[in-house]
Design a protein around this ligand. Structure first.
Ligand code: NAD
Length: 509
């Protein structure tokens, strides 16, 4: 039975240290390097996480490499049975997983459960892998000759994930990668690393052989170890844009397949004919859910015509009803992930004031249902944000919603298309023709029509454009299966070769 404490206890007086998961068991770190893991609602470090040394990186990759041939060759039926059992265990234990997640990330429990649910949906898709890795077959392409293709796993694949979805983002990748026969080394965010160990334990309980799923705790050293190892065939990364670009360039230089998803600044375009109550609800949900620490959060509302004058009071009124506090106490919004990040997000209020924007609701110094030392910052609404302000140009990654005013639909589309990112966007309108035109003209990878956070379901693929993605492949969906397999094309002749005769040209028939 899997335990819930994802740690090695050092002593009763010290805080525990979160281990690696190598060769099907917890392995205590030996590097002597650790990083603190905070409970953001309490504002204190409750654990440390081990940071891998080069020897531990090598051991993790060697274990995954050794496990690969047997896992690749295990029958599809047996692999599928393990995936089904893992799905059942994650589903059964999701409340415990949500507790672990909230205690390190800070998001409210219902949101943690929502994140787990989205991860489960990819896992459920992965259980159907036999249908999705079938090859093609052409009979008698030449006399006595057949051609067919197979989709083979790559080998050891690396997954590097961000802090904001410690369950969902790893699950965008590793269930598909493992189902199709790869072995995975996951390097979780060092800010909230326990969920990965819990998932590894459940996978083992489901029957996964040792070494097929490895969790390597660490920082840049571990990331670089994966990027530079000749034994790692591919890298799947999600995180900020500068690191995504570095991952893409380094992995490509080293000859690896790479998908690297980066940051975002998502706009919601509101036309004058939109349902403004729906707009206000959606702006609140997409702007402040998970304290804005979502790559698909809406951070800019682009109001066309006189929409802003009507919608700002509707949003402001709703913001008064939001409860902020410890995510375990049925609040609407939790704290930010670290003090450093909270202070950075809060600094944008000063920038907004300096740049002449109108701070309608200031999230600093709010009343919370939680410990005073927690990393609190309340929902913030800033109107009339100048396009030159860093409040507009930078990804804030906190509960800060900007309002930008434009005169026309065309001006709004041009503004969105001029941005560096192209992750998600939404249009709110009751005009089907305008919505259809928007989906055609907008240069963004994921588009909502009266839907503020258009995260694609598991059987489509997730990914943006421009600085929001590097590499050729999006996450999960059919592109996920393509990424984690490579095709072999086989030409076979079963007639007696001695009857073939000599022919130095291509076959004619
Ligand atoms: P981050 O880039 O700081 O960290 C992501 C991962 O990279 C972590 O595992 C971290 O340990 C590692 N890392 C950090 N610095 C590194 C370095 N110098 N060299 C090598 N590795 C390094 O991102 P974060 O703060 O954890 O997550 C938030 C960011 O992720 C936001 O920008 C958000 O938009 C983005 N994000 C994007 C998506 C998407 O699908 N596009 C989804 C979730 C989050």
């Amino acid at each position: 039975m899997t335990t819930t404490a994802p740690t090695t206890a050092s002593s009763s007086t010290e805080i525990p240290t979160i281990d690696h998961w190598i060769d099907g068991k917890r392995v205590a770190g030996t590097s002597g390097r650790t990083s603190p893991v905070f409970d953001p609602a309490l504002g204190v470090a409750t654990k440390n996480v081990a940071l891998a040394s080069q020897e531990e990186i090598d051991a993790a990759i060697a274990s995954a490499k050794a496990a690969f041939p047997a896992w690749r060759d295990l029958s599809i039926t047996k692999r599928q049975q393990i995936m089904f059992r893992f799905r059942e265990l994650v589903n059964e234990r999701k409340d415990e997983l949500a507790e672990i997640l909230t205690a390190e990330h800070g998001k409210v429990l219902s949101d943690s459960l929502g994140e787990i649910q989205r991860g489960l949906e990819v896992l459920e898709l992965a259980t159907g892998f036999p249908h999705l890795i079938k090859g093609e077959f052409s009979q008698q392409v030449s006399t006595g000759v057949d051609v067919y293709s197979t989709k083979s796993p790559l080998g050891v694949v690396g997954v590097i994930s961000p802090f904001n979805f410690p369950v969902m983002v790893p699950m965008w990748f590793f269930p598909i990668a493992i189902a199709v026969g790869n072995t995975v080394v996951l390097k979780p965010s060092e800010k909230d690393p326990s969920s990965s160990i819990f998932l590894a334990e459940l996978f083992k309980e489901a029957g996964l052989p040792d070494g097929v799923f490895t969790v390597l705790q660490g920082d840049k050293l571990a990331v670089d170890g994966l990027l530079n190892s000749p034994d790692v065939a591919s890298i799947s990364f999600v995180g900020s844009t500068p690191i995504a670009r570095y991952i893409y360039e380094t992995a490509a230089k080293n000859g690896k397949r790479v998908q690297a998803l980066g940051g975002a600044k998502n706009h919601m375009l509101v036309l004058p004919d939109a349902d403004l109550d729906l707009v206000a609800d959606s702006a609140i949900n997409a702007g402040f859910g998970s304290a804005g620490e979502r790559c698909m959060a809406i951070s800019v509302l682009v109001a066309v015509g006189d929409v802003a004058d009507m919608v700002v009071p509707l949003i402001t009124e709703r913001m008064k009803g939001l409860t902020i506090g410890d995510g375990r106490r049925s609040c609407d919004m939790g704290p930010l992930v670290t003090k450093q990040h909270r202070d950075k997000v809060a600094s944008y209020v000063d920038i907004a004031i300096e740049d002449g924007a109108d701070v309608v609701v200031d999230g600093r110094g709010i009343q919370v249902d939680g410990e005073p030392g927690g990393f609190w910052f309340g929902p913030t609404l800033i109107d009339k944000v100048p396009l030159t302000s860093r409040v507009y140009t930078e990804e804030i990654f906190g509960p800060v919603l900007s309002i930008v005013r434009v005169d026309t639909y065309e001006e709004g589309v041009a503004l969105i298309n001029s941005g560096a990112f192209g992750n998600g966007t939404a249009i709110f309108t009751n005009d089907g023709g305008a919505a259809r035109r928007f989906q055609n003209e907008i240069e963004v990878g994921m588009i909502g029509i009266n839907v503020p956070i258009p995260v694609p379901v598991a059987y489509y693929s997730f990914g943006g454009f421009k600085d929001s993605i590097f590499g050729d492949s999006k996450a999960y969906g059919l592109q996920g299966f393509e990424f984690f397999t490579r095709e072999k094309a086989i030409t076979a002749r079963w007639s007696d070769p001695s009857h073939g005769g000599i022919n130095l040209g291509f076959p004619q028939a």
